[in-house]
Design a protein around this ligand. Sequence first.
Ligand code: ATP
Ligand code: MG
Ligand code: FE
Length: 332
Amino acid sequence: ISILAIESSCDETSASIIVNGKVLNNIVATQSVHEKYGGVVPELASRAHQENLIPVVQEAFSSSGVSKEQLSAVAFTRGPGLMGSLLVGVSFAKAFARSLDIPLIDVNHMQAHVLAHFIEDPKPAFPFLCLTVSGGHTQLVLVKSHLEMEVVGETQDDAVGEAFDKTAKLLGLPYPGGPLVDKYAKEGNPKAFKFPVTRMPGLNYSFSGIKTAVLYFLRDQLQTNPKFIEENLPDLCASIQYTLIEMLVIKLKEAVKQYGVKEIAIAGGVSANSGLRNTLAELARRKGWNLYVPKFEYCTDNAAMIAIAAHYKYLQGEFVGLDVTPLAKMKL
Ligand code: ATP
Ligand code: MG
Ligand code: FE
C-alpha cells in the first residue's frame, strides 16, 4: 500500500509518502509571508499553497524513490482549516487521483494530529487520552482505536496556542509568539506574577480570559513604569506559561481519574512547549502514567500525520468520491 498524503489546512504546505504503514518522508514548506502581519492571512495562505504544492509533492516523490504509478491512493486534509487553503489541497488530490485512476482518502486534521503517535515507536496502547493543543484547537480526546475517538473536553473559546500567541503579541513579541514565550520562560520565575486560572465545568477549557488579564495588568504597570515589559520579560513569559499549563493539567488529571486511563499522549504545536513537556513528565513519574510525546516535526502541521491516518483508513476501505468538498469545521 503506497499513499501520497497532502496537508494544506493552514499555513504549512506539506506532502508525505507512506508505504505499508512506514512514513518515508515529510516535506514541509512553511509560509513566511504571514510574519509581518502578526497572524495568518487566509488569502495569502491560499496563494502560497498554490505556489508550493507542486514542488513539495515533487520532492516527496524524488526523495522516496516511489513513482506515481506505484501509488495505491491519494490522501488529503478535508478539514478543519481555512477554506481557501483546504481547497488547494483537495482540488490537487482529486485531480491527481483521477489522473491515476486510484482511490481518494479524506483525513480529519485533528484525528491526524492524534495519529501522529503511530508514525514511530513507542506507540500508545488503546484506550489512551490525548491532549491535543494547537493554534486552533484544545481538546481532550479519548482514543479507543486508530479511527474511533471521542472529544471528552475542549475549549469553549480560544485555543491554548492562540492564548500563547496573543499574550506574546501584548508583550511585543513577533508572530507566532508561542515558541518565544517558551524560550524566555526558561530564564524566568513562574510565580513572579499571578494570573487567574479559569475553571470551566466538566473537562472543558477557556483561554480567552488570560489575554484580557494580561492586557489590563500590563496597562497598569506600564503607567508607572514604561520599561516594565523589557525589565520583566522572562518573569512575564514564565508566569503566563505557568498559568496556561496549570489550566491544561487540571483537566487532564480530572480526565485521567474519570476514565481510569494511564496511557497519556500530547499532540499539536503546543506540545513542543518545554514547560508543558517537563510538567507532564514529572506528573507521569509521580502518577505512574506512560507519557507519549511525538517528535517535534510531527507536532506541528505536517503531511506525515495525514499519511498515517490515510493508511488506517485504506485498511478499512474508507474512500471518498470526486464530489467530496473541504470542511472549514469538521467534527472528530
Ligand atoms: P490546528 O491544528 O488547530 O488547525 P495549527 O495547525 O495552526 O492549528 P499547530 O501548527 O499544530 O496549529 O501549532 C501552532 C501553535 O503552536 C502556535 O500557536 C504556536 O505558537 C504554538 N507553539 C509552537 N511551539 C510552541 C512552544 N514551544 N510553546 C508554546 N507554543 C508553541
Ligand atoms: Mg501552522
Ligand atoms: Fe494543526
